[in-house]
Design a protein around this ligand. Structure first.
Ligand SMILES: [Zn+2]
Length: 71
């Protein structure tokens, strides 16, 4: 089920080490880093043309993948 899509592979190859990936089904995402040491003020990002956004605070990456996104 956790299949890596071609686009995802391309994104990950470009970004290198990513602490955490969140799959989303909308073009706008919010990140607060979650609980714990990576927590930070809530910020919003729009996915770029390649279908992802990288959080400037916690380096978490959001990838557009509606089939994998938690509902
Ligand atoms: Zn974040």
């Amino acid at each position: 089920m956790a299949e890596i899509t071609a686009n995802e592979e391309k994104i990950l190859a470009k970004l290198g080490d990513v602490p955490e990936i969140t799959y989303v089904k909308e073009a706008r995402v919010a990140c607060n880093g979650g609980d714990g040491p990576l927590g930070h003020p809530k910020v919003y990002y729009s996915l770029n043309d390649e279908g992802y956004a990288e959080c400037g605070y916690c380096d978490r990456v959001f990838i557009y993948a509606p089939e994998k996104a938690a509902s």
